[in-house]
Design a protein around this ligand. Structure first.
Ligand code: KG4
Length: 339
């Protein structure tokens, strides 16, 4: 009998539902919340309210697009954390109620594991190239920057992570001070394609081991910008493409320096990238260059699986279903936790 999973993701500002059949994606619906743009960042209370409005229509749409009746579902998988508590509570409560009403198992998924396992989502008629275990995954999002060693679907070890800001957070904050809008990542990416990545130099961190730090880069960017604006009040307008390209290049260098070190230490050359920042074209190009230069087998996700989506929660849910790794209804949401 087929295993059909309904997956729910509501950890931050995207309400998403997906349906998967035997690991193949049937539908993946994402409702993004434009309401935060005016504030230059996610406002938790507004995010929870928007999830509350979106969750039922998004789930209905996912079932409809998949051509699946709710009575055919085998289980409901949901993001239990980490994320914004108010946002998580909407998806968690919905998933619990839905599974209880249908009398089917509940499967809790760690949002970060979901990002990593996005590489295993299969789509009918596509190549579906998947990493072989063990592989390394550079997990870069708005809240996390980690190098993860993935030994199996359910066996991941963090080799290094940020000790302060995440890569996406640093890009978003620099974009905000440039007055470019939110979220900054896609805007910086677009501008960077037209700029010179060597135009400006920003400081790089000296952190031991495989850990990252991005707060120094942010300070160095702000400090330089203040100095240049004193000399030319229109500096940003005149130089925004070069500023974006140089900022992006510095972030990519910092990320790839440690990743190369991790490959050297572990001798693992299967290397994947995941999370919102993996949509970045500079980072994707650098991955391709590393594959050529160092012989890595690289895995770059489709754009639709980089930012938050329920498809990745569904694939993790599918593997957990095979292991009969179910969750009891009394398990609460959690806002912060390591894998
Ligand atoms: O994974 P994600 O959707 O949310 C978290 O779980 O954090 O990642 C969001 C982050 C934001 O910082 C956003 O600016 C960044 O991913 N991002 C990008 C790009 N698209 C999204 N950063 C750089 N280049 C992009 N094209």
């Amino acid at each position: 009998m087929s295993i059909i999973i309904l997956a729910i993701e509501s950890s931050c500002d995207d309400t998403s539902a997906a349906v998967l059949k035997d690991g193949f994606l049937l539908s993946n619906v994402v409702a993004s919340q434009a309401v935060h743009e005016a504030y230059g960042g996610v406002v938790p209370e507004l995010a929870s309210r928007a999830h509350q409005q979106n969750i039922v229509p998004v789930v209905n749409e996912a079932l409809k697009r998949a051509g699946v009746n709710k009575n055919e579902l085998s289980a409901v998988a949901f993001t239990r954390g980490p994320g914004l508590m108010g946002s998580l509570l909407v998806g968690v409560s919905f998933a619990k109620g839905f599974a209880r009403a249908l009398n089917i198992p509940l499967i809790d998924v760690n949002h970060l594991n979901g990002h990593v396992l996005a590489h295993f989502i299969k789509v009918e008629g596509e190549e579906n190239k998947q990493p072989k275990f063990p592989f390394l995954c550079l997990l870069v999002s708005g809240g996390n920057s980690q190098i993860v060693q993935v030994n199996a679907y359910n066996d991941m070890k963090i080799l290094g992570q940020t000790i302060d800001d995440a890569a996406g957070e640093a890009i978003d904050k620099c974009s905000k001070v440039m007055g470019l809008g939110y979220p900054g990542g896609p805007i910086i990416d677009k501008l960077a394609r037209q700029g010179n990545p060597k135009a400006y130099k920003f400081s790089k961190p000296h952190v031991s081991g495989l850990d990252y730090s991005f707060s120094g880069l942010k300070t160095s960017f702000l400090y330089s910008l203040r100095k240049w604006l004193k000399e030319d009040p229109d500096f940003i307008e005149h130089h925004k493409t070069d500023l974006a390209a140089s900022l992006e290049a510095t972030v990519v260098d910092i990320l790839m320096d440690k990743l190369r070190k991790a490959v050297k230490q572990t001798q693992i050359t299967e290397v994947a990238v995941a999370g919102g920042v993996s949509a970045n074209n500079g980072l994707r190009n650098s991955f391709r260059e590393h594959a050529q230069k160092y012989g890595w087998n690289i895995y770059i996700p489709k754009f639709s699986y980089t930012t938050d989506n329920a498809a990745m929660i569904g694939i993790d849910g599918y593997f957990k279903y095979l292991d009969k790794d179910f969750c009891s209804i009394d398990k609460p949401a959690y806002s912060r936790v390591s894998m």
